[in-house]
Design a protein around this ligand. Structure first.
Ligand code: ATP
Ligand code: MG
Length: 747
């Protein structure tokens, strides 16, 4: 075991006292970059190491998968022993999913329920509205359902409300039909995961009788249901640590209650509130500009934020002639930055482009593509949304439970086998009128009964589909040992002759698609076992409440449910780290929405399109929340911050600079000149020095080069021989060699 002093290493006094506090209810309220997450993570390690808490009794809730992963990694470094894998640590959704998988049967949930992803549930609502011939916009109805659910309401509550308009009445009808549909198909949507988990914990408190502590990051963004969950998880232990920052509350539009911070203090009057003031993330120039933005909200209490780092250059605000010019300016600047630091000191991973809404990314993606800069989109088309992947997963879902009419609808004619819209509609109508499942109708239709009455040639095609599903189901049910996800997937691939299908259907990019299938297989192989490991042990399993014997079907089912569940909850484009053929990790620029970037940091951050209508967004009526969103974006930057707006020249009427930036105090903190190469190198190297001591050499070497003008800097770092043009040795080169693999690589 590691030396426990490691846990407090590198923390300041305020952080240390938060980590080690014996107070039962602790709330840390502090500005961005003050080490809240770091402190919370260290507190988890502290509780495990010094207080002897068992990891499976510690519930730790985060908002993004990425931050959950980072916390796990940090805890692993601090205490090792694989204990972090046994923590109940994850996003609210994934922790609730874990509880429902383990104990959902106590509230009557079917064992093998599946998750309706956003696009699935949107499609269901759309179909209901069409059937009922209502005029409500499906997207609006769907988000209203979600909004009500996160306020802990169900459709009966809305039904009971006084004086309902026709629209409200229709809304209740849609919601009820939607809920009935989910239930019949054994589906839970994202909101249901939280609601059902709360229901479970309310009625079965013994599920949490083991919990010793509950810790939550980004508490300012919790909604009512999440707040109740925190109370429920801590029902017995009454030990809660929350960290948050009211200035970073950006989920009001999704019913988050900034009030929850105060509510916590009211419900638990003994709450100890701690503050952290030092900022360890950003340069003072960046902090100052961000502060000027947030201080425009005069209703907010004044706060102190002290920069602990030195900085050289001011954040850049650059006005350009068009969105296209903006995109190409950003690309050029990324290249210049990289070149300035020797095309190696800075990885592409050190850059982020943070956008207000996903639709803004197209121009930038094109420019990046043209320039050959690799990037990953967070919140864009996910790996699991790709056609070939979605199809295979739907087959697996239907084999798993054929009650899933929606999944059947998506694959009944894929690969194309001549079952058209009309035939599908006939099955759908028959299903609706007879109340029978599609799968039951299909089984009868390929036999003598023919309840739907499809034409013979269509029935022939339907038989192909039926055969695939039926033989896979047979293969699974006839076996005494568990059939784990990988085997099931391989079975489906074989039955579909999928590789040949891809070759025929997509001759131009068949290889890429098949590689995706291989990747999916790889991921599936992590669930369940291989032959060499006879026992299936799930590190995420919660303690068993009752002595129930697990049959092999249960084990296979658990593995499959977990596989599908994790897929539904993953928001990453692909597995986080993609590698090239030699196994080297590919470095990519991150393009992310601001919402998805919260809690994270990058050395270089770009915020494009800071115009009125984008930020503040034209569809938002909460100007303060929009301002906080810009504040969150700006405070993600460590060394260099660039904001751009296509508001020059002919575009000046379409794109007006955001009022948040067009203000004297803010403008004074910004410059329109991109930092010189020298300043860039200074800024970046100061970050590297923080992260790993050997990078110190680099910045010292750079200091010795102060006299060099921008244009003369052609850092000869690309090759192993780094001499200046005149043949003399360049100190940066040896330093570069030392730091090539930066920190992770260093520690
Ligand atoms: P946010 O509000 O944006 O989520 P935060 O308060 O959670 O920010 P962290 O992400 O925990 O801040 O920390 C910001 C950065 O500062 C991280 O790189 C972290 O490692 C570093 N840091 C935190 N505390 C210290 C410290 N005492 N000494 C040096 N670096 C620190
Ligand atoms: Mg944080």
């Amino acid at each position: 075991m590691m030396d426990a002093s490691r846990i407090l290493e590198g923390l300041n006094e305020a952080q240390k006292s938060a980590v080690t506090s014996d107070t039962a209810v602790l709330q840390i309220l502090a500005p961005p970059g003050s080490g809240k997450t770091k402190t919370l993570t260290s507190r988890v390690s502290w509780l495990l190491f010094h207080k002897g808490y068992k990891p499976w009794n510690v519930v730790c809730l985060t908002f993004t998968i990425k931050s959950a992963r980072e916390m796990k990694e940090r805890i692993a470094k601090q205490i090792g022993q694989g204990l972090e894998a046994r923590l109940v640590l994850g996003t609210f959704h994934s922790v609730c999913l874990r509880y429902l998988r383990s104990y959902g049967h106590l509230i009557g949930l079917p064992k093998n329920f599946d998750i309706a992803e956003t696009s699935d549930s949107q499609a269901i609502v759309k179909r209901i509205i069409k059937q009922k011939q209502f005029l409500i916009d499906p997207a609006t109805a769907r988000s209203r359902i979600s909004h009500c659910k996160s306020k802990n309401k169900n459709y009966l509550d809305v039904q009971r409300e006084q004086k309902k308009s026709v629209e409200q009445q229709e809304f209740v009808v849609i919601w009820e039909a939607y809920q009935t549909h989910l239930e019949a198909a054994k589906l839970l949507d994202y909101d249901d995961l939280l609601i059902k988990c709360a229901e479970l914990l309310r009625s079965n408190p013994r599920c949490v009788s083991n919990v010793e502590a509950v810790l939550i990051d980004e508490f300012q963004d919790t909604n009512n249901v999440q707040f109740e969950l925190v109370q429920l998880f801590s029902r017995y232990c009454k030990r809660i640590t929350t960290v948050g920052d009211p200035d970073q509350s950006i989920y009001g539009w999704r019913s988050a209650e900034i009030e929850n911070l105060k509510r916590m203090q009211r419900i638990y009057p003994e709450t100890l509130v701690l503050n952290l003031e030092n900022n360890y993330r950003s340069s003072p120039q960046i902090l100052k500009a961000a502060q000027m933005v947030i201080e425009q909200d005069e209703s907010r209490p004044a706060k102190t934020m002290v920069a602990t780092h030195k900085g050289v250059s001011s954040p850049v605000l650059r006005l350009l002639h068009s969105p296209k010019a903006q995109a190409s300016w950003i690309v050029t600047e990324i290249k210049r930055c990289r070149a300035a630091t020797g095309n190696g000191l800075l990885d592409y991973t050190d850059f982020a482009i943070l956008i207000r809404s996903a639709s803004l990314s197209r121009q930038i993606e094109t420019a990046m593509g043209n320039a050959g800069i690799p990037y990953r989109m967070v919140g864009g088309l996910r790996f699991f949304d790709r056609k070939e992947i979605k199809v295979l997963l739907d087959y697996v879902r239907v084999v798993n439970h054929p009650e899933n009419n929606d999944a059947i609808a998506r694959i009944i004619n894929y690969p194309p086998r001549g079952i058209g819209e009309k035939s599908i509609k006939m099955i759908q109508d028959k299903g609706a009128s007879s109340g029978r499942l599609w799968w039951e109708l299909i089984v009868d239709e390929v036999g003598p009964k023919k309840p739907v009455g499809l034409k013979d040639n269509i029935t022939k095609s339907l038989r192909v589909f039926h055969n695939i599903i039926a033989t896979c189901r047979e293969a699974v049910s006839s076996r005494s040992d568990p059939v784990y996800p990988l085997e099931l997937l391989e079975l489906v691939i074989k039955k579909l002759n999928f590789e040949d299908h891809l070759k025929k259907e997509y001759p131009e990019d068949y290889e890429q698609r098949w590689a995706n299938v291989e990747e999916l297989k790889l991921q599936a192989s992590e669930y369940g076992v291989t032959e060499t490991e006879p026992m299936y042990e799930d590190p995420d399993a919660l303690p068993q409440l009752d002595d129930v014997e697990q049959t092999s079907t249960d084990l296979a089912q658990a593995a499959l449910s977990k596989f599908l569940g994790n897929i539904a909850l993953s928001t990453e484009l692909q597995s986080e780290q993609e590698c090239d053929e030699q196994g080297k990790i590919l470095s990519k620029v991150t393009i992310s929405t601001i919402h998805a970037a919260k809690g994270l940091e990058w050395p270089v951050v770009f915020i494009p399109s800071v115009y009125k209508g984008s930020i503040p967004h034209s569809r938002s009526d909460d100007e303060d929340e929009e301002r906080r969103l810009l504040y969150v974006a700006m405070t993600r930057a460590q060394a260099l911050l660039y904001m751009t707006c296509p508001s020059q020249g002919q575009m000046s009427e379409d794109y007006v600079l955001s009022p948040f930036l067009d203000e004297r105090n803010v403008r004074r903190c910004l410059t329109n000149r991109a930092p010189s190469v020298y300043d860039q190198v200074q800024e970046i190297s100061s970050i590297l020095r923080r992260e790993c001591p050997s990078a110190k050499i680099v910045s010292e070497a750079i200091t010795a080069l102060t006299c060099i003008e921008d244009d003369d800097v052609t850092w000869p770092l690309n090759g192993s021989k780094g001499a200046w043009k005149d043949g003399s040795e360049n100190p940066l080169c040896s330093a570069y060699a030392l730091t090539q693999n930066r920190c992770a690589r260093d520690s």
